[in-house]
Design a protein around this ligand. Structure first.
Ligand SMILES: [Zn+2]
Length: 350
């Protein structure tokens, strides 16, 4: 790419991580200069545990707040949200992955900013400019916009099932292989590679690896590490201008496995297992990744993912087709059946 290429970054203006911070969202909106109407998007459950608090805090500041429920991250949910957002000047997504994804994409389409209030630490979409939306072809990742602010309430996230946090760790450890794939694509295909974004993503993975014991205990301190690491990964994507620093061959495996065995495991859980296998191919310390996943209580085998050995082998052989433009260690032809089976066996996934 030309050296005259303009690289533009869109970053969050404010990141707040702490106890009872949802109560301050209204004040934050006023401080950031928002007036008038705000739309809060929540899930049916997250409305009760977090959405109401945000709505109350907006009302307290004299902001005219309304809310809609988001049940799924589909194109029809996005369209419905875009319609509702036409009458407001700020969107706030309060919930897990699906709500945040819909709020992110719909607000981008409506041309208004959005604030991300995650209620779980299950993947890096809570702070990234990318949204995963289900359409007729399945789940696809589309570029939306970075959140204007991120407000992560540790008290609320601590109450979410621990499995979600362990899954978030899988999504973070995936950066070890994602960054290697990015570097490979840079070397072999001349793709843009940004050292700063790559190192930011890697730092998150290293922090989680180093703190795996306290994370596994389910402590507040451990959760904070995971939340901050997820936010840093989102920022790394904003800096890179793509999901490259955070999504490589292990994500291709995760998406392929979701196609082969839909709804069996969480995104980050599949990415973690993918990272073990792709780390082997990259000659990285795959045993260390496996050990860290174990320590945080994330799956490391097909059985723990709730899928069969055959599902894993099948997913490995089709992973390179999921996103052909994304060059990774899987190459253009992918793995043969025999190589896929060998890889899964040697890394003890099957
Ligand atoms: Zn991910």
């Amino acid at each position: 790419m030309s050296s005259r290429r303009i690289h533009s970054m869109e970053l969050p203006r404010k990141v707040i991580v702490g106890s009872k911070v949802l109560e301050t969202v209204g004040k934050l909106c006023v401080e950031m200069g928002f007036k008038g109407r705000v739309l809060v998007l929540t899930g049916p459950h997250t409305y009760h545990v977090a959405g109401k608090t945000v709505l109350d805090s907006l009302a307290e500041q004299g902001l005219e707040a309304s809310h809609i429920l988001v049940e799924e991250a589909s194109t029809s949910s996005v369209e419905r949200a875009v319609e509702a957002l036409r009458r407001v000047n700020l969107a706030i997504g309060v919930g897990g992955g699906k709500v945040i994804d819909v709020a992110k994409l719909a607000s981008a389409k409506a041309g208004i900013p959005f604030i991300s209030c995650p209620t779980a630490a299950s993947h890096d979409g809570i702070a990234s400019p990318q949204a995963s939306i289900r359409n007729v072809e399945g789940l696809t990742s589309v570029r939306a916009q970075a959140p204007m602010a991120i407000v992560a309430d540790i008290d609320v996230i601590l109450k979410a099932p621990y499995r979600l946090t362990a899954s978030g760790c899988g999504d973070i450890l995936a950066k070890f292989t994602a960054v290697r794939d990015w570097w490979l694509a840079h070397q072999l295909r001349g793709e843009y590679y940004g050292d700063y974004a790559a190192n930011l993503a890697l730092m998150s993975a290293k922090l989680v690896a180093r703190n795996s014991a306290i994370i596994g205990e389910g402590s507040e301190e451990g959760l904070r590490t995971v939340v901050e690491a997820l936010i840093s990964c989102g920022v790394a994507m904003s800096i890179a201008g793509s999901s490259r620093p955070c999504s490589g061959s292990e994500h291709l495996f995760s998406h392929a496995l979701e196609r082969v065995a839909p709804g069996k495991a969480l995104h980050g859980e599949r990415c973690g297992v993918g990272a073990i296998m792709m780390a082997y191919l990259h000659k990285l310390r795959w045993r260390r990744i496996r050990e860290v996943l174990r320590r945080v209580g994330a799956p490391v085998t097909a059985a723990e993912l709730g899928v069969s050995a055959e599902d894993v082998v099948e997913a490995l052989t089709i992973a390179h087709q999921v996103r052909p433009e994304r060059y990774t260690i899987l190459g253009e032809k992918g793995l043969t059946r025999a190589s896929a089976e060998k890889l899964a066996r040697v890394t003890q996934v099957i």
